[in-house]
Design a protein around this ligand. Structure first.
Ligand code: UQ1
Length: 451
């Protein structure tokens, strides 16, 4: 193979100085000095594919304990986003600058950060290969790659996001910047909010921005000129009936039109039209003129996983829903949005999974069977406007797992405070550092240890 010089570069200190400040960022990256280069092969105790919320938390659990160079995190992006804040940015409540930090600042000093992406998995030989052609061998693998946003699957959408200031999307760090201006600029006509016909992360986000925008329109005195429309592919407004009931009530009281089984298939931004497939009569489409369009894009597992032996027929990583261990490869675990664990995909879900994977991976590394069980805990703080939040918390099979001994199906100001001020701190100071295992302990405490 044609090769030129390969640089295996330690970004700063090669031997960890325990007094050195974290700001020095003692992580390792592989850089090539030319596109054609010699491929590396390296062996690790643990390879973590994906350095988002889940990957960072587990890296911070294991790397300091195992020591320098034993854990690799493969993550191509230099920026780590706190995605739950995107709704607040879209609504003009938080600044975009508050959503992110550098990847190197959330990963532990002791891990090797491979700034690349994994393109193939070979679990039968305990190895993964990166886009740069490097082979990483492992004893244990964690797959925490998140979801892929498929804006390209909706005809005309990418172009509309580029060219039409009225088309925005809170799911992407760039498109979210357009949401608040679009809310401010609309004067009359249809404000349309969509929910796609695929698995999604934060299933509440598509409607949260609808409520916040409607609230903004009312306060700006233009509500009577704007028709607010929530067009969802789902047959229900929310999957858990306890929370669906107050949300239906909000839509009714605030005159928000909810069009169920409507799936966005085309945006014709030159004519301000959004086309929806009617999922109950799929050969039929309906089109609406828009003055503002907020799109929640179709999503899928990352394409690098497709067809690998780690995934099911829907291309999500097949894990045991209780232990999060892979169903076929006992030295592989899955976490976060890319697995087939049947619960809603959120940062809160990851928080509860951190404790489970930490315990079960440790047991497996000790030659034991995994024992810790994930109850499917997930949470969706549903911002409904007027500084209020319905704090939905639930688990597998629709079980309600509310933390506080109050009626969380009611929109409350205290929960708004939690969402806007407390959760970001919890995320940055605890969750990505592997120090927050979800609110299960507090839930039991508030119920005197019985739930
Ligand atoms: C949570 O743990 C978490 O992760 C930090 C979130 O994501 C930002 C949440 O939104 C929620 C609700 C939780 C759950 C925590 C409590 C205290 C209810």
């Amino acid at each position: 193979m044609a090769c030129t010089r390969t640089v295996f570069l330690r970004l700063s200190c090669s031997v960890r100085d325990k007094w050195s400040p974290k700001a020095l960022g003692c992580q390792v990256a592989w850089f090539s000095s030319s596109p054609a280069r010699e491929q590396q092969e390296k062996k690790y105790d643990i390879v973590i594919v994906g350095g988002g919320c889940a990957g960072s938390a587990i890296a911070n659990k294991f790397a300091p304990y195992l020591g320098q160079g034993k854990v690799a995190v493969v993550e191509p992006h230099e920026t780590h986003y706190y995605q739950p804040m995107f709704t607040l940015v879209g609504a003009g409540i938080k600044d975009h600058k508050q959503t992110h930090t550098q990847t190197k600042d959330v990963l532990p000093d002791e891990c090797d950060w491979i700034k690349d992406k994994v393109t193939s998995f070979d679990p039968n030989n305990n190895s993964v290969t990166t886009a740069g052609g490097d082979k990483l061998k492992y004893d244990y693998l964690l797959v925490s790659m998140g979801l892929q946003l498929n804006y390209h699957s909706v005809k005309g959408l990418e172009e509309a996001l580029k060219e039409d200031p009225a088309v925005c999307s809170n799911y992407h760090w760039q498109h979210v910047k357009k949401t608040h201006p679009a809310i401010e600029n609309i004067q009359s006509g249809n404000a349309i909010f969509t929910f796609p016909n695929t698995p999604v992360k934060c299933a509440g986000a598509p409607q949260k921005i609808c409520y916040l925008a409607e609230n903004n329109f009312s306060k700006a005195g233009k509500r009577d000129r704007i028709n607010v429309m929530y067009n969802t592919s789902l047959p229900v407004i929310f999957g858990i009936p306890r929370y669906a009931a107050p949300l239906e009530e909000i839509c009714k009281n605030r005159n928000i039109t909810v069009n169920k089984r409507h799936n966005l298939v085309e945006v014709d931004h030159k004519n301000n039209r959004a086309v929806f497939q009617l999922l109950d009569t799929p050969t039929e489409n309906v089109s609406f003129e828009y003055s503002m369009l907020h799109v929640s894009p179709p999503m899928s597992s990352p394409k690098e996983l497709w067809g690998s032996s780690l995934v099911d027929e829907t291309n999500f990583v097949t894990v045991n829903r209780d232990t999060l261990q892979h169903t076929k490869y006992p030295n592989v675990f899955g976490m976060g949005d890319c697995t087939n664990a049947p619960t809603a995909k959120t940062a809160a879900a990851i928080s509860a999974q951190v404790g489970v994977v930490n315990k079960n991976l440790s047991l497996v590394m000790d030659g034991k069977q995994p024992t810790r069980k994930y109850d499917g805990y997930t949470s969706c703080p549903l911002l409904v406007g007027n500084h209020k939040v319905i704090m939905a918390e639930f688990g597998y099979d629709g079980s309600i797992l509310e933390t506080f001994p109050i009626n969380q199906a009611k929109a409350m100001r205290s929960m708004y405070f939690m969402k806007v001020h407390f959760m970001p701190q919890l995320y940055w100071q605890m969750l990505v550092k592997g120090l927050w295992h979800g609110p299960g302990f507090f839930r039991k405490l508030f119920r005197f240890g019985v739930a």
